[in-house]
Design a protein around this ligand. Sequence first.
Ligand SMILES: [Zn+2]
Length: 119
Amino acid sequence: MKIRSELLRAILESAKETYPYEFIALLTGDKGVIKELIFLPSISSKEIALIHLDMLPIGIRIYGTVHSHPSPCCEPSEEDFYFFTKFGKIHIIVCYPFTMKDWKCFDSRGEEIEIEIEQ
Ligand SMILES: [Zn+2]
C-alpha cells in the first residue's frame, strides 16, 4: 500500500486548518495507492463509527481512514481502536504540529504499519 506524497501534504494542511478540532476523512484510491480523501462532517471518531457505509457513494473503495490529534501523540485512543475495525485496513493518525514527520499508520487491529510514500 502506498500514499501519494501530495495527498499526505494535503492531509497535514487540513489538520492544521482544523486545529484545535479533529479532522476526519476516509481514504480512497486505486491499484493500492491512496489518492483521495472523502471528507466527512467534523465529528469525532466516536461518532464516525456510527456512520454506515451505505451512506457513501456507490463504487467507492474505502482503503481506510485518517484523522488528526490536536496533541503531539499519534497513538490510537481506545475509541480509535474500535473505529479502525469499521472502515478499511489503513488508518492514518496525524498529530500536532503536523509536519511530514507527525503521522503514523495502523492496521485495523491498531498495530503500527509502514506505508510507502509515492512521489
Ligand atoms: Zn484518535
